[in-house]
Design a protein around this ligand. Structure first.
Ligand code: MN
Length: 196
């Protein structure tokens, strides 16, 4: 994934490339999730950056090096940027090569998706489920609480589903598993694979 750089010591909010995702994520959810939640994380991160010693570093470097409030907000900015950018109303299919890698490491593409959903559904409280590539080139699924990101654990993050309640509650209420099961329909695999 490309390094996200600040402009004059401040990060800009990503542009959202859609206003709704068909019947999967409503415009109302996005107006809160992108317009309120992500906006607050960006604003709070930018307030905490001056004097932190991490000014002018990329967002990815800030996430790896920050602690406390700056880490929480910067982590959420990177997590949400990757989450929103991986979806599309006209998603590109998975390449044969990537499908083969998933099959090698999880048994099949379907088995990968089932395990990913299961790890998202069973993450207690607020957090994120991730697909990443490890240092040996193996694809792995990990659960991370709150604002944590696989980059802080030596992994290369590729795909993530947000399981904070604010990501799904307006559309799916308490049915987190239903939300996870339909998200595959809008995953743009070209974007995911570009992060390799
Ligand atoms: Mn979120």
């Amino acid at each position: 994934m490309k390094e996200i750089m600040p402009v004059n010591g401040q990060f800009e909010m990503m542009a959202l490339p859609y206003s709704e995702l068909g019947a999967i994520i409503s415009a109302e959810t996005l107006s809160f999730h992108y317009g309120k939640h992500l906006k607050a994380y960006v604003d709070n991160m930018n307030k905490a950056l001056p004097g932190s010693g991490l000014e002018n570093m990329s967002l990815q470097e800030v996430v790896c090096m920050a602690e406390g409030g700056l880490l929480n907000n910067a982590g959420q900015v990177l997590n949400h940027t990757m989450y929103f950018e991986q979806f599309s109303n006209t998603p590109m299919a998975m390449s044969e090569g990537f499908a083969a890698r998933l099959s090698k490491d999880f048994g099949s593409v379907e088995a990968f998706m089932k395990e990913f959903e299961q790890k998202g559904a069973t993450l207690f409280g607020s957090g994120w489920v991730w697909l990443s590539e490890d240092k040996d080139g193996k694809l792995v699924i990990t659960q991370h609480a709150n604002a944590d990101n696989p980059l802080r654990h030596g992994l290369k993050p590729l795909l993530t589903f947000d399981v904070w309640e604010h990501a799904y509650y307006l559309d799916y209420q308490n049915r987190r598993a239903d939300y996870l099961a339909v998200l595959w329909q809008v995953v743009d695999w070209q974007e995911v694979e570009n992060r390799l």
